[in-house]
Design a binder for this molecule. Structure first.
Ligand SMILES: Cc1cc2nc3c(=O)[nH]c(=O)nc-3n(C[C@H](O)[C@H](O)[C@H](O)COP(=O)(O)OP(=O)(O)OC[C@H]3O[C@@H](n4cnc5c(N)ncnc54)[C@H](O)[C@@H]3O)c2cc1C
Length: 391
């Protein structure tokens, strides 16, 4: 197990102080601008600068490379707190940290030394470029190809839905180095791919929610990189590297789900105490109480599952089952709590003047990213059976 997933601890007082700083920053800088930026689909450039100062771009990067070296548990709590008010902002550093994780976990010593300090400060920013127009869940079906050319490679192909692809300046790029080999995953490799000649941004994608953060297409046309950009220095490891960060990736998506589920609950809790019908606050009507009771239970269960998965990760244990369960449950909790909260708001829930409509539009993403929830349940079942064999 790598240093990125091993026995990380933080002093409880240091953690409390850090979370307090995050809370104050969210209340002062993030929450007040969320609605306006979301509606305008405007990139929050000032927020990104503040996140650099807070060290968020290095949250899970080891301290020896200039990161904060936080355990997954603390990282998850940070993501939960921000997501309660504006989930999309967390995507700007979460996808970036998946790029950093790929390098820290699988990169050569030179790659770690060269890239991680710049990723930790946010000087280099980006994400993971895996998905293509014809291949998302079935990653082994990608068509982007890297061909050997002298000491380096020439890459051709296109990626879509890539977070941070427009505002960022580097991605971990999944390609085929041997498109013919069987099984297909043996022909896949991953490259550190900074923006330079040979790559262009196709277009910015219009989305239902998860606004403000840039999701775009990247088109590679005779894009050249040296062999020193091949992560780990050996071909054929790309599929393993792309999926090797999934445990932390799923804990991160679960934490976003918890944040949205809790945020939706909070909005419903407040609104239901001030909105009156038939002479009393609507929280005193049984139909609303049934919703609030379910929402509160769901949000709490999602939080506990997520922290349980993060604790296993921080102990250095294999936690793909726990992270998968947390991701699945918390993302569904976000979806269900957001629609229930919207209904509790009545007609105002449908208004763009109230925040709940943003949470309702943001929630479905968590059911798609880091493995769709359809796949997630199948993966959970397979692992469950594996861990519980009839002997
Ligand atoms: C806002 C946003 C941001 C994103 N950011 C990134 C990013 O930064 N980097 C990146 O690489 N990608 C990113 N993605 C892409 C995302 O990872 C994919 O959309 C996701 O993996 C699903 O792939 P797909 O869209 O091709 O759906 P498909 O794979 O075509 O799936 C379609 C449907 O079929 C189901 N399905 C597929 N195969 C099976 C099966 N074997 N059994 C049962 N059901 C199945 C799926 O669950 C889904 O319901 C992003 C997507 C969005 C919407």
């Amino acid at each position: 197990m790598s240093s990125t997933s091993q026995l990380r601890n933080v002093d409880p007082e240091d953690e409390a102080q850090l979370l307090d700083t995050i809370d104050r920053w969210v209340a002062k800088e993030v929450k007040p601008i969320a609605k306006e930026y979301d509606h305008a689909d405007r990139y929050p450039a000032e927020t990104v600068e503040q996140m650099k100062e807070l060290g968020l771009f290095g949250s899970t990067i080891s301290q020896e490379y200039g990161g904060l070296g936080l355990p997954a548990g603390t990282y998850a709590k940070i993501v939960m707190r921000i997501s309660r008010d504006w989930m999309a902002v967390t995507g700007i550093f979460n996808s970036h940290l998946m790029l950093a994780l790929a390098i820290e976990k699988f990169g050569t010593a030179d790659q770690k030394k060269q890239w991680l300090p710049k990723l930790a400060t946010g000087e280099v920013r980006g994400g993971l470029a895996l998905t293509e127009p014809d291949a998302g869940t079935d990653l082994q079906g990608i068509r982007t190809v890297a061909k050997r050319d002298g000491e380096g490679y020439v890459i051709n192909g296109s990626k879509t839905w890539i977070s941070n692809s427009i505002e960022g300046n580097c991605v971990a790029l999944l390609v085929k180095t041997d498109p013919e080999v069987q099984p297909r995953h043996k022909g896949m490799s991953m490259f550190i791919a900074p923006k330079k000649e040979g790559v262009r941004v196709g277009r910015k994608l219009e989305k239902l929610g998860y606004k403000s953060i840039d999701s775009g297409e990247l088109v590679y046309e005779d894009y050249r990189v040296g062999k020193d950009h091949l992560i780990g220095g050996v071909e054929g490891q790309g599929f393993y590297q792309a999926t090797g960060g999934l445990e932390l990736g799923r804990i991160n998506v679960a934490a976003r789900g918890v944040g949205v589920a809790e945020g939706a609950l909070q909005l419903a809790t407040e609104y239901s105490q001030v909105r009156k019908t038939f002479g009393k606050p609507i929280c005193e009507h049984q139909a609303i109480q049934l919703k609030l009771g379910e929402m509160a239970t769901r949000a709490r269960a999602a939080r506990l599952l997520t922290l349980d998965a993060a604790a296993a990760f921080d102990r250095g244990e294999r936690c793909d089952l726990e992270a998968g369960m947390a991701k699945y449950f918390a993302s569904e909790a976000a979806l269900e709590n957001s629609i229930e909260s919207l209904r509790i708001h009545g007609g105002y829930g449908y208004s763009k003047e109230f925040d709940i409509e943003r949470l309702y539009r943001d929630a479905p993403l968590m059911c798609i990213g880091e493995g769709t929830n359809e796949m997630q349940r199948m993966i959970i079942a397979k692992q469950w059976i594996k861990r519980n064999p009839v002997s």
